[in-house]
Every structure is written in C-alpha cells, then in structure tokens.
Design a protein. Structure first.
Length: 82
C-alpha cells in the first residue's frame, strides 16, 4: 500500500509494507524541486535514516532499474555540454 500527498513545496509518498512478516518500517519519499529524500525509521538505532538524491541521481536510478549489469552515463537530448 502507498499514499501520495501534495504538500506546499513537495510531493510526499509513503510506502507501507503489507507483506509477510517480518515487516519493514514505512519508507517515506519526499520529492522537492531541488532534491528527493528517502527516509526510513531504523528500530535498531532508534533514528530515522535519510538519503538525499539530486535530480540527476534520481534519473540515473530510474534508468538503472531497467538496464543490465555495466557502467553507464546518461546523456540527455537537451544537454548542450556534449
């Protein structure tokens, strides 16, 4: 299950683990214009762990999910620095 909420300056997506036990903590993705954060509570440390992606890193992640093993560099069609 997941929820989507539109906040003032971001879109908030929360993934809830409904699978078989042991269940994982909720994963919260907060998409801002300048970055995307992924957060999950860590019951061992008692703290929320946060990872911040730049928009370029998020593009790379999305592309990597559909590619075979290897080393890649994404070049956008509108990239004038080529």
């Amino acid at each position: 299950m997941f929820t989507i909420e539109h906040e003032f300056d971001s879109t908030l997506i929360t993934f809830v683990d409904e699978g078989e036990t042991p269940l994982q903590e909720d994963v919260v993705i907060n998409a801002f214009a300048e970055c995307v954060t992924v957060e999950q509570y860590d019951p061992i440390s008692g703290r929320v762990q946060k990872i911040t992606f730049s928009p370029e890193q998020l593009d790379d992640l999305a592309a990597a999910l559909d590619l075979p093993e290897g080393v890649y560099r994404l070049i956008k069609d509108d990239d004038t620095s080529r």
